[in-house]
Write a protein that binds this ligand. Structure first.
Ligand code: C2O
Length: 551
């Protein structure tokens, strides 16, 4: 493969949206940030230089980072943050992957403005397993806060309540005509009639799952989280934060000069407050050649219908259609046997409030909100886990005893228990190289059920099962799909239900797993896996780069 060099200059930039200008953290002064394009097999080298007052780190979301865990990016997990005035070179090779992914800041809430597409093309001369598109278009969803998102989160963490919701959703950084003062900030996709377009969709929003639809056009899903899927047609798709998907859009032949609205709006299962606004963009058909220009009159703008904000049956039906291609060229290597079974409860709880600070806490009964896995709310260490492991300093930084199942059984989706308190800890699961892992992720209703998009670093996993209510360890595994389940890096654990995932721990390093709703991550819905080196030289983590930041 080739080597692709990029430079990310982290700098402040004034950006104006919704009639309000704010100074915010950007990459190279761009919002959204620059597009990274590579081919499968290429080495990607990105020099990140921090010229803002904030600490920064960048994560290449969905890149497996085989043996190159030092380049993964989550702050205090694989690296210390890059401090003001310092730089770090992320250096990794894209092995066995192609498709749409993205990159984003992985510290505090900086990913609200620091994100961009990461596109991996197939190796030269290798075609897509679908018709060659006429054009490819990245469509990246985000959330816009008129205030400073860093201030919003620190205020929320102090009072222990939900943060202010965003002021708009965006498509490629633009809110579109359904918001005040935004008509000129509208994403326009100009198309020719009778062609096929490949839309590369990314949900980079902080806290909301999003539906997406284009008026009067059906969409063919061909890829999810950079894995080819069995193509299927749909009018609407759902993406959780952290998920990506590729769609084929066939333009019609009979609509010269017509405009169609594309729109995205939230899917919400929880109680709290949320931004229920709609971002829109315009699919604009080019006019026919000048000769018959006068004969075409402009057609009205067509609007799409999005599902109801709480339409779980649409979501369940949609996600059940997503299957791996599972062909000899693109096999689904589902682990057929499991070495270690894990059962993780995923949900919200409470934690004591710091009344000494005289903050009024917004959680139930004078507590703060908290979120946990197996009732452990993850406490961020003050040095990076991977560095601590590698340098043999682990016992003062983390404990290797993250529980394989909840310490106390309860009716996860039934009546909430009396005690909603979570405990705190910096714990991880240690796995020998090549362990075959199954994790049941059970959503809990301790403080009201809510779906959680769980994201795993360093691996793709197969979603072998999903259901509602409490997981039944005797019956449910009989229905697992071990043939063509979707392989992905982020899965929505349904509100009041569970998912079962499997993966092979063939990548040494420390790998973060967390809810990709930023507010839940901040509340502690995260944990980490430590995968040990294998015996062979090519099964070991590479040594750390010389410029790895220090804490
Ligand atoms: Cu896209 Cu750990 O995140």
């Amino acid at each position: 493969g080739d080597t692709r060099h990029y430079k990310f200059d982290i700098q402040m930039k004034n950006v104006r949206r919704l009639c309000h200008t704010k100074s915010m953290v950007t990459v190279n002064g761009k919002f959204p940030g620059p597009r990274i394009v590579a081919r499968e097999g290429d080495r990607v080298v990105i020099q990140v230089v921090n010229n803002v007052p904030n600490n920064i780190s960048i994560h290449w979301h969905g890149i497996r980072q085989l043996r190159s865990g030092w380049a993964d990016g989550p702050a205090y997990v694989t690296q210390c943050p890059i401090q003001t005035g310092q730089s770090y070179v992320y250096n990794f090779t894209v092995i066995g992957q192609r498709g749409t992914l993205f990159w984003h800041a992985h510290i505090s809430w900086l990913r609200s403005t620091v994100y961009g597409p990461l596109i991996i093309l197939p190796k030269k001369g290798v075609p897509y397993p679908f018709a060659k598109p006429y054009k490819e278009v990245p469509i990246i969803f985000g959330e816009w806060f008129s205030g400073d998102p860093e201030a919003i989160i620190s205020q929320a963490l102090q009072t222990g309540g939900g943060p202010n919701v965003s002021d708009a959703y965006t498509i490629n950084g633009l809110p579109g005509p359904l918001y005040n003062c935004s008509t000129k900030d509208t994403f326009k996709l100009k198309v020719k009639p009778g062609k096929t377009y490949l839309l590369r969709l990314i949900n980079a929003a902080l806290n909301e799952d999003l539906f997406f639809s284009i008026a009067n056009h059906s969409l063919t899903v061909v890829e999810a989280d950079a894995i080819y899927v069995k193509p299927f047609k749909t009018d609407t798709i759902l993406l959780t934060p952290g998920q990506t998907t590729n769609l084929l859009l066939e333009t019609k032949s009979q609509f010269p000069g017509a405009n169609f609205l594309m729109a995205a709006g939230p899917y919400v299962t929880g109680l709290g407050t949320f931004d229920n606004s709609t971002v829109s963009g315009i699919l604009e058909y080019e006019l026919p050649s000048k000769s018959n220009h006068h004969s075409t009159k402009k057609l009205p703008l067509f609007k799409p219908n999005l599902p109801a904000i709480n339409d779980t049956s649409f979501v369940t039906n949609f996600t059940s259609k997503i299957r791996s291609l599972a062909t000899p060229q693109f096999p689904a290597n589902v682990p057929q046997n499991v070495d270690k079974h894990f059962f993780f409860t995923i949900g919200l709880g409470t934690t004591p409030c710091d009344h000494q600070n005289k903050t009024s806490c917004q959680g139930p009964n004078g507590t703060k909100f908290s979120a946990s896995v197996n009732n452990i709310s993850f406490v961020q260490p003050n040095t990076a886990l991977l560095q601590a492991h590698y340098s043999g300093q682990s016992n003062r930084v983390y404990r290797p005893d993250f529980p394989m199942s909840p310490l106390q059984w309860f009716n996860y989706t039934g009546t909430p228990p009396n005690n909603t308190m979570t405990s705190n800890g910096t714990k991880l699961v240690v796995l020998p190289f090549n362990t075959s892992v199954e994790v049941i992720m059970q959503d809990t209703s301790i403080l009201g059920a809510e779906s959680h998009p769980l994201h795993l670093h360093g691996f793709n996993f197969f979603v072998v099962g999903q259901g509602f209510g409490n997981f039944d360890a005797k019956q449910d595994p009989k229905n697992f799909n071990l043939v063509d389940p979707i392989e992905r890096n982020t899965v929505g654990v349904p509100s009041g239900g569970w998912v079962a995932i499997r993966f092979l721990a063939d990548n040494p390093g420390v790998w973060f797993m967390h809810c990709h709703l930023e507010v839940h991550t901040s509340w502690g819905l995260k944990m980490a896996w430590l995968v040990l080196d294998g015996k062979l030289p090519n099964q070991k983590l590479l040594p750390p780069p010389a410029d790895l930041p220090k804490c």
